[in-house]
Design a protein around this ligand. Structure first.
Ligand code: G1P
Length: 292
């Protein structure tokens, strides 16, 4: 069954990122040369997704506007013969079929996914949390979709995190095994490290069977008093139909100040045009700091 639809939850208030996110939605904060939401959409497009539903909240409409045509800008670029920029802007408008739904109340990630249910119908779908930036030179999501297709089982991405950090994530209880794909026996949202089933953290990439929407319908508020996607996935785990796939590439939590800085530095370092000058600059400031 083809997987062509994705949901990007982007309704949160971004409190971990204040004051930057007071007026500018955190998804529109720039990493190197593009906003975080663009990395998310480009990752989905690389994995073959053609329909993208962005869940926003009141005041965050600009997140979706990043992908709609700006006639005034396009006309100005055309008149000034800035063809490369014009082409880039037109490409952005045509990346995918992008639309939005509004989450009217901040009831949690599970609820944010559920408000997009009408766009899913009876098809499998991807959920991508844009704060979590995965290395753009990889295509892990395509691998997850391939696993979904070959197993007909929902797939979530996990990464090993330091033990004390597991309380910031969903933690999985994997079936023993050796490979990077493992069946999930149970799942806990933001556990205290002393009771976490493992240090394998859910990292915001999900390929889900449509039944998840029905399960979300009856999920009760959990961690933080919110309707958690993790709690719906725990039902799949109980039924034996949830697989975790381990991501081994570079990953940054761009929703935190330090993670954001790390993503910016790493991606600027690799950038085809800016990289050489940026690397030279890093060397220069390192020399200054060692001599200070
Ligand atoms: C969400 C999920 C959590 C996951 C995390 C990844 O939490 O609920 O299971 O591990 O994203 O970043 P949030 O960070 O939105 O509180």
């Amino acid at each position: 069954m083809p997987v062509h639809t994705a949901i990007i939850p982007a309704a949160g208030m971004g409190t971990r990122f204040l004051p930057a996110s007071k007026v500018v939605p955190k998804e529109l904060v720039t990493v190197v040369d593009r906003p975080i939401i663009q990395y998310a959409v480009e990752e989905l497009v690389r994995a073959g997704i053609t329909n993208i539903c962005i869940v926003t909240s009141e005041g965050k409409e600009a997140v979706t506007h990043h992908f709609t045509s700006n006639t005034k800008l396009e006309t100005a670029l055309r008149e000034k013969n800035k063809h490369d920029l014009l082409e880039e802007m037109l490409k952005l408008n045509g990346l995918a079929d992008i639309y939005s739904v509004t989450q009217n109340e901040p009831l949690g990630l599970g609820h944010a996914v559920w408000v997009a249910r009408e766009h899913i119908q009876d098809d499998p779908f991807v959920v991508l949390l844009p704060d979590e930036l995965l290395d753009p030179s990889e295509n892990f999501l395509a691998e997850m979709i391939a696993t979904y297709k070959s197993t007909s089982t929902s797939v979530i991405a996990v990464d090993e995190v330091p033990h004390e950090s597991i309380s910031s994530y969903g933690s999985i209880d994997p079936e023993p095994g050796t490979g990077d794909s493992m069946r999930v026996k149970a799942l806990v949202e933001k556990p205290d490290p002393s009771v976490a089933p493992s240090d394998l953290a859910v990292i915001g990439r999900y390929v889900l069977a449509p039944e998840v929407m029905n399960i979300l319908e009856s999920v009760k508020p959990g961690s933080g008093g919110e309707i958690q996607l993790t709690d719906a996935l725990a039902v799949l785990a109980e039924r034996g139909v949830l697989v975790a796939q381990r991501y081994r590439g570079r990953r940054w939590d761009a929703g935190t100040k330090l993670g954001y800085l790390q993503a910016t530095a790493a991606l600027a370092f690799d950038h085809p045009e800016l990289g050489p000058d940026f690397r030279a600059y890093l060397e220069q400031i390192q020399m200054v700091s060692t001599h200070a």
